[in-house]
Design a protein around this ligand. Structure first.
Ligand code: PNS
Length: 161
């Protein structure tokens, strides 16, 4: 039986930390559906279409990775795609409370969908889309934290050369 996981997130934009989780997730699952969902607590910089494109360009040549987007509840999408699990990356302790809350809410909504956490690689522990967006708009060098295509698009968005 093929084991499928949904890897959900805002991906606004995708970072090398996300890519690391996807690659490591593929050691546990046969297929990963990277899914852009709405996080009502966040105002996005890139449109969903732009985020899909950035993910597609950042992750090429692997048939076991699919890029998708969904405008509803994560657990509903997991059922729709017959996924066995939700995959999330956990960085520092500061992530724990939100992740714990979300995993428990998702479990309350659907007990059949399990959440699996992978600890973020030490290299990416301080990498987040939000902090990258903040740093780049003030000229910070974040080149090593995102795929090249994302770096180029971030510079365009903030009209930096
Ligand atoms: O990258 P993020 O912003 O930490 O991802 C959070 C996300 C998008 C996975 C979460 O907000 C989400 O699942 N949104 C869809 C609506 C939903 O199902 N929420 C969880 C139950 S309240």
């Amino acid at each position: 039986m093929e084991r499928t996981a949904i890897y959900p997130g805002s991906f606004d934009p995708v970072t090398n930390g996300h890519i690391d989780i996807i690659k490591r997730g593929l050691k546990l699952f046969d297929k990963i559906i990277v899914t852009i969902l709405e996080n009502p607590a966040k105002k996005s910089l890139f449109t969903v279409e732009e985020r899909v494109k950035l993910l597609e360009k950042s992750i090429t040549g692997n048939d076991n990775i699919e890029i998708a987007s969904y405008g509803g509840l994560l657990v509903d999408y997991a059922v729709k795609r017959k996924a066995h699990a939700i995959l999330r990356g956990m960085r520092a302790v500061s992530d724990f409370e939100f992740e714990f809350q979300m995993a428990l809410m998702n479990r309350k909504l659907n007990r059949e969908v399990q959440t699996v956490f992978l600890m973020t690689g030490l290299r990416w522990i301080f990498t987040s889309s939000s902090i990258i967006k903040e740093a780049v708009q003030f000229g910070g060098d974040i080149k090593s934290m995102v795929p090249a295509v994302v770096y180029a698009e971030l510079k365009k968005k903030y009209q930096l050369n």
